[in-house]
Design a protein around this ligand. Structure first.
Ligand SMILES: [Zn+2]
Ligand SMILES: [Zn+2]
Length: 76
């Protein structure tokens, strides 16, 4: 149980504005709906945002140690 301070924003609250659920559940957020913020994305209470796929790690240029662009060329 984490101690909760008065100035800490609540985990869930009632939406005051229309919005889009980042979980892509197919329902819009309406004023009065219980919402929460997960990883900075606004979703309905109980909705979980779509996992963002991890970007493929790009190869690193052995000369300048910068990521090599997808076309395979390095500007160094
Ligand atoms: Zn939702
Ligand atoms: Zn390079």
């Amino acid at each position: 149980m984490t101690p909760r301070f008065d100035d800490e924003p609540p985990a869930t609250w009632r939406a005051r504005y229309d919005g889009t659920c980042a979980a892509d559940c197919g329902f819009r957020i309406h004023p009065g709906d219980m919402v929460q913020r997960v990883d900075g994305q606004l979703v309905h209470h109980g909705c979980i945002p779509e996992e963002q796929p991890e970007p493929e790690p790009r190869p690193v240029c052995p000369t300048c140690h910068m990521e090599i662009a997808l076309n395979g060329a390095c500007s160094c």
